[in-house]
Design a protein around this ligand. Structure first.
Ligand SMILES: [Zn+2]
Length: 390
């Protein structure tokens, strides 16, 4: 009886939680990681999967994507498994009034591990109700999160157009009451400047998403990261990419990166409108940071360990033996390429030496995506069957 169901052999493992960045084999038994070590003997494996030349990382965690509520929402499978994502967080599609629908139609039906941030608006991310301050109830939102902590990992505040701080203050209050964090997407207004939000209305651990969007410019006219962003980071505010269709500009991200202000977490803001034109899928978002000069180990850290920390699920985002066998195998395709940004800067391109693509996505030990058929037997060895049926 082999010790492992299969072994991923010959890859370059990057597991930031355990400080691993080098050649290792990974053994999987049942639903769990069983071993990460050099040279696991082939005899101990039911199957050996050769992953030479590829990166083996924890299953990617996308903490900002859309699977419910929002008009562009997509079912998780199609936007996650082909891009190495094993865990996604629906980012505020449902509120406390619509959580049951989200749970029934998405969480229970998806094979992707789906968590949610609950919208501070009871009716969720539906355009017609998002401006209704009377439906922003911190207590009821917190109560729903506390009751369904198996799915809900925080609060989302988004799209409020009013002049004041109601949505932010109530969202942060709901996070405080439920012991979670609040992720915020609000554009700055003269009546509610970003500096005040970052420094006075948010708590350490709360986050801003679309952090490199033009609607909330991090870079000032002098080409520098604005001082209140640096001050906010120093007080523990988190910065999430939330790429999307309208929210990621190289003209913000590149100077910020060059000035030592990388994002804490990479995420896609995945929805129908962002899928093709700006390629806001997880492997492409990672490739954009590689193109800007971020080392691969840091790109992986911000797509695995850091999002796991943010949602307080440290059993994920790691290859520690005993952890769920959620694994991504990524190939760096070494060929001149271009990666695109999004939004008001007009879908501009950054030329790059290559890009990451997903070769294998494994969730709970099961192969969910296998681009080159690495886990499969050759077609010529198909067993013969009786084909005489007319
Ligand atoms: Zn979003």
């Amino acid at each position: 009886m082999p010790m492992f169901d299969y072994v991923l052999k010959g890859g370059h493992v990057i597991d930031p939680a355990n400080g691993i960045d080098g050649p290792m084999d990974v053994g999987v038994a049942g639903r769990s990681i069983a071993a990460v070590t050099k040279d696991i003997p082939a005899e101990s494996a039911g199957r050996v999967v050769k992953v030479n030349g590829w990166y083996v990382t924890p299953g990617l965690i996308d903490i900002h994507a859309h699977a419910t509520g929002f008009s562009g929402a997509m079912f998780p499978e199609e936007m996650c498994f082909p891009y190495g994502v094993t865990t996604m967080v629906d980012c505020g599609g449902s509120g406390w009034r619509t959580f049951d629908e989200f749970n029934r139609d998405v969480v229970q039906k998806s094979e992707v591990r789906v968590f949610g941030l609950l919208n501070i608006v009871g009716g969720g991310m539906r355009g017609d109700v998002e401006q209704d301050v009377s439906d922003m109830d911190a207590e009821l939102t917190a109560e729903c999160i506390s009751r369904r902590g198996d799915v809900l990992v925080g609060v989302k505040v988004a799209h409020f157009q009013g002049p004041g701080w109601e949505s932010v203050d109530r969202g942060v209050r709901a996070a405080e009451l439920s012991g979670t964090f609040c992720l915020i997407d609000q554009n700055a207004k003269p009546t509610r400047p970003f500096s005040e939000m970052l420094l006075e209305h948010m708590r350490p651990g709360d986050g801003v998403t679309h952090c490199f969007g033009y609607g909330k410019p991090m870079i000032g006219n002098d080409g520098k990261v604005k001082p209140h962003y640096i001050e906010a980071r120093n007080r523990g505010i988190k910065f999430d990419v939330g790429h999307g269709n309208n929210s990621f500009s190289f003209s913000m991200a590149k100077p910020a990166f060059d000035q030592g202000f990388p994002p804490d977490t990479l995420s896609t803001d995945m929805h129908r409108m962002s899928l093709h034109t700006s390629r806001a899928v997880m492997t492409e978002v990672m490739s954009k940071f590689l193109a800007m000069g971020m080392p691969i180990a840091e790109v992986v850290r911000r797509s695995t360990l850091e999002p796991a920390r943010q949602i307080n699920h440290l059993e994920l985002g790691t290859l520690t033996p005993g952890a769920p066998a959620d694994i991504s195998v990524l190939e760096f395709v070494d060929r001149p390429a271009g990666v695109s940004d999004s939004g008001p800067t007009g879908y501009r391109v950054m030329k790059t030496a290559g890009r990451l693509i997903c070769q294998l996505t494994i969730k709970d030990g099961q192969i969910k995506f296998d681009y080159d058929g690495s886990t499969k037997d050759d077609w010529a060895e198909t067993p013969s069957t009786d084909l005489s049926i007319p």
